[in-house]
Design a protein around this ligand. Structure first.
Ligand SMILES: [Zn+2]
Length: 353
């Protein structure tokens, strides 16, 4: 069969169809809820991407925005025969017109039956955040340290910020009142296990117990070493949830499921980034992203025969999740909860049907 254009430079090919048939078709549940996906109309990028910037930072080469129409096409392509829905939000970066991106995504979510998180800056007064939460299908907010202030050369200027620098108390009071959802990408080089992150998340949970906190990317634990030093420290807080978006490592997924329990884990992709082809490899506390497209950053390539077998990152992530679930002997009900039920339970807790 022919390749189908997916997104950016990526195609959906026979390799992907075979991978789906072999590893995923018999296992992925009938209903899929992607709790972490970025949808942002490309024309709302206000600072143009240049070749110079693409050469500076690898994410600039892969992070092309995807609009709602194209996102819908991709969902139908990569999840054939599945009832799909998602929690969508824009790119949380000041290269985009955040307010207009929120406004543009809103009617798309209502029309398509998706839910939305509003991307909010920490400087926004509570009334401005409240106006976002007042709209239909909006569950809460997506916050990020890159929204503190703009630096065109890096996304990590505020990497060492406190969580409360980009998720401030005046917003948390409102979010607590509204029982809103917050997807939290933790700061700091030490990732989730950094003592200040653990202390701040505990403080946040104590002071604002009604906020539905979802830690993105398992707290950025992409290696087993990071997972082991982080996840046990928050395992006792049963109200804390985690999305597994962008986690491709089966050992990390297995450890997370065993440590936190499957009822606190939400499936998510981090698309459109995970339409990238290739695989990730891990060693100790580091990892390398392998891919087949001749990006500037992609200098250390694998042999052509290996690259020819690459599938989508999101399919590698699904196979890793399957492996972890199989090894732990999870029941079908538990697998379905990860893909759908846990998110639905959280959504009901916010007061949505
Ligand atoms: Zn993301």
């Amino acid at each position: 069969m022919d390749s189908v254009p997916l997104h950016h430079v990526w195609q959906y090919t026979d390799v992907d169809r075979r991978f789906w048939e072999e590893h995923l078709e018999p296992w992925v549940p009938a209903r899929v809820f992607d709790a972490h996906t970025h949808v942002n109309e490309p024309e709302l990028r206000i600072e143009m991407m240049t070749d110079e910037k693409r050469r500076q930072y690898w994410v600039n080469e892969v992070g092309e925005p995807i609009g709602a129409e194209a996102a819908g096409h991709c969902h139908a392509t990569v999840f054939p025969g599945r009832e799909f829905s998602c929690l969508a939000f824009g790119f949380p970066m000041l290269e985009y017109d955040i307010a207009r991106s929120n406004a543009r995504l809103q009617p798309e979510c209502v029309r398509r039956g998706w839910h939305r998180l509003a991307v909010v800056r920490p400087q926004w007064p509570a009334e401005q955040v409240a106006r976002e939460l007042d709209q239909p299908n909006v569950l809460g907010v997506k916050v990020y340290y890159a929204l503190i202030s703009h630096d065109p050369t890096t996304r990590d200027k505020h990497l060492e910020a406190s969580i409360f620098d980009f998720l401030p108390h005046h917003q948390l009071e409102l979010l607590n009142e509204r029982r809103a959802w917050v997807t939290l990408h933790v700061p700091r080089t030490g990732r989730l296990g950094h003592p200040e992150n653990v202390a701040e998340i505990r403080q946040l949970r104590r002071r604002y117990p009604h906020v539905a906190v979802v830690i993105a990317h398992l707290g950025r634990c992409y290696t087993l070493a990071h997972a082991k030093e982080s996840l046990p420290r928050l395992a006792d807080d049963e109200g804390l949830h985690f999305d597994i978006s962008a986690v491709l490592n089966p050992e990390v997924l297995r450890f997370a499921l065993a440590t936190l329990g499957p009822e606190r884990i939400l499936y998510g992709t981090d698309n459109p980034i995970m339409y990238m082809r290739g695989r990730q490899q891990w060693q100790g506390r580091t990892y390398v992203n392998r891919t087949s497209y001749p990006f500037y950053f992609n200098r250390d390539r694998e042999p052509p025969a290996v690259e020819a077998g690459y599938t989508l990152y999101m399919y590698e992530a699904l196979r890793a999740l399957r492996q972890a679930c199989d090894e732990l002997g999870l029941t079908r009900d538990q697998v379905e909860a990860i893909f759908h039920g846990n998110a639905r339970r959280l959504i009901r807790g916010i007061g949505f049907a």
